[in-house]
Design a protein around this ligand. Structure first.
Ligand code: NDP
Length: 273
């Protein structure tokens, strides 16, 4: 029988997840169907229950339900616990197993696809919302020389760093606390670009040989990427690779098969102009 999976969000019509997962399934010969559920804003848990009752095997969870998904989970990974947010469920043994693959998807895109290793490098992460929270542990696991977390509301970055505990090279604060020097990798994990805004970061943080990465995808050259390009950065990327790589991690978790991501990323990429 065909196994059932779905993505739940609201709104959800824009989601690329059905296309990504059907492509993975077809290419790897997996018998599964992947549908879209527009979750009622006041009825997330009931919508998940309904999908489980009809035999659903797993789900992706997107905005605005990632925090509610965290609350609903029975079994959580460490990175999902630190993120306080969940983007994938697996229904197994009568329990809801939950993980957050956003951070590892981002790491895989940066390191494997874009060829920018983090080990021993200076990394600057802008933002302290769900996406930055999810990225923190996977980033630290790569052992950067320094990981600086900067957020518009400094207390949120400070709290996040405190939550993860003392780690060498890790600090958090406001944009004014970033300090001197260039960073090898600068990641914009704020939602500023969705409103055409620019986080208050100085162009001095960029290194011409480094990477500037924007989590928002499909919007071409955002104000952040434009700032980086004007500072001489040649390697610019948006979050389309992260989107596909987090989907691939969920696919492996559900099916035990690693799908090829390259062609899917290429087909979804919008030129950065
Ligand atoms: P949240 O709403 O949880 O957090 C938003 C963050 O952006 C906060 O740190 C907030 O700062 C900051 N922010 C918002 N506006 C500005 C601004 N004008 N200047 C500076 N900082 C600002 O969002 P998420 O963390 O969930 O998502 C962040 C972005 O990442 C979104 O745009 C989302 O689309 C994208 N994303 C992409 C994914 C992908 O697969 N490519 C996956 C997940 C997310 P403050 O705390 O001060 O309010």
């Amino acid at each position: 029988m065909t196994d059932q999976y779905a993505v739940i969000g609201n709104p959800i019509s824009h989601s690329k997840s059905p296309l990504i997962h059907s492509t993975f399934a077809q290419a790897s010969g997996q018998d599964l169907a992947y549908s879209v559920i527009e979750g009622p804003l006041q009825g997330f848990a009931e919508a998940v229950s309904r999908f489980r009752d009809v035999g659903g095997k797993g789900m992706n969870i997107t905005a605005p339900f990632k925090l509610q998904a965290f609350q609903l989970a029975d079994v959580l990974t460490e990175r999902a616990t630190l993120a306080g947010a969940v983007n994938a469920f697996k229904f197994e043994g009568g329990r809801i197993h939950a993980d957050n693959f956003d951070g590892i998807g981002l790491v895989n895109d940066i390191q494997r696809n874009l060829g920018a290793p983090m080990r021993g490098k200076r990394v600057l992460l802008l933002g302290a919302g769900g996406a930055a929270r999810g990225a923190l542990l996977p980033f630290l696991e790569q052992q950067p020389a320094e990981l600086v977390l900067a957020n518009r509301t400094p207390e949120k970055a400070e709290r996040l760093v405190a939550d993860v505990g003392r780690r060498s090279g890790l600090r958090g604060g406001g944009y004014a606390d970033i300090g001197e020097g260039h960073f090898d990798i600068v990641v914009n994990a704020t939602s500023a670009s969705l409103k055409g805004e620019l986080p208050a970061v100085s162009s001095a943080v960029f290194s011409a040989q480094g990477l500037a990465y924007e989590l928002v995808y499909g919007k071409g050259l955002t104000p952040f990427l434009r700032l980086a390009r004007n500072a001489g950065v040649k390697r610019l990327a948006d979050g389309v690779g992260m989107l596909v790589e987090q989907a691939a991690e969920a696919f492996v978790w559900w099916r035990g098969v690693r799908p090829d991501t390259r062609s899917v990323i290429t087909s979804l990429t919008v030129p950065l102009v």
